[in-house]
Design a protein around this ligand. Structure first.
Ligand SMILES: O=C(O)CCC(=O)C(=O)O
Length: 266
């Protein structure tokens, strides 16, 4: 059950944190490390075996072991009931797509990334309202600048203004073009500006902006093992570099509202 202030937070910002929503994530991490060792020779105890190029994909096999299904905890389910409607969301086949970023081998200074900012395309439905929620579960401690996903708080409300209501859904490329031409602040976020000394952290994460009357700001999804962030499906987000010394281990999935059934013949 969500409180009124949690609903309000989600509606305004497109993001909601559920502290400690998943129990026993340590066992999930153990399973992931076992899998990494068996399949890739990557050892938890030996950073020399960790990949040099950071982000790792293609780990679907680890989801088959069942432990990660416990991400679908009672707290998380109750929150999804609250946001998408009880009995109205589709149980995913697997709760976890792993997001694993190893520390950068070369020392680089953390910064707000350019380029890959996007929303994930979720088709419109005949019924108005929230169509899907993306969950981000923290399986280990994710400290600031340690690879946690960045979200553009408030951007789901801009998407609602700029996406073509006659189209099939909010297309990321068109939105980047249209929202970026309306707002230099956004264009600079994903393309960079002419000012090479611009402090992007200050500009995008501290100051933020008010665009078409909507407050927006970049926030980093960081926190303790077992925390979950729920994100409105239209929120812009991006992967971030890991400038610390431990891998970031998160899991994500998009939980969709089922389409309303057609009323039967009268
Ligand atoms: O790796 C990340 O933190 C970003 C993940 C992402 O963009 C996505 O799942 O849509």
């Amino acid at each position: 059950m969500l409180s009124a202030s949690q609903y309000d937070e989600f509606e305004r910002t497109g993001l909601l944190r559920l502290p400690g929503a998943i129990p026993d994530v340590a066992a999930m991490c153990d399973r992931i490390w076992d899998h990494l060792l068996e399949e890739r020779g990557i050892s938890r105890a030996d950073p020399a075996t960790w990949p040099a190029d950071g982000r790792m994909s293609g780990l679907r096999g680890v989801g088959r072991h069942g432990e990660l299904d416990r991400i679908g905890s009672s707290i998380l389910r109750a929150a999804l009931d609250g946001l998408l409607g009880k009995g109205r969301w589709l149980e995913p086949r697997t709760w976890a797509r792993l997001l694993l970023t190893f520390p950068n081998r070369e020392s680089v200074e953390w910064d707000v990334p350019l380029g890959a900012w996007h929303n994930d395309f979720i088709p419109f439905q005949a019924e108005a309202g929230l169509r899907a929620v993306q969950l981000f579960a923290l399986l280990n401690e994710v400290r600031p600048q340690g690879g946690g996903t960045l979200g553009l708080r408030g951007s789901h409300r801009l998407v609602a203004k700029y996406a073509d209501p006659a189209g099939d859904g909010p297309h990321p490329r068109e939105l980047r073009r249209d929202m970026g031409s309306a707002h230099p602040w956004l264009r600079e976020l994903w393309r960079g500006g002419s000012d090479s000394v611009c402090d992007r952290t200050q500009r995008f994460m501290v100051e933020g902006a008010v665009l078409d009357g909507i407050p927006v700001r970049v926030v980093e999804l960081s926190g303790s093992p077992g925390d979950v962030f729920l994100m409105h499906c239209d929120t812009f987000h991006v992967a971030a570099p890991n400038c610390l010394d431990q891998p970031r281990i998160m899991a994500t999935n998009v939980i969709s509202r089922e389409r309303a059934r057609n009323p039967g013949p009268i």
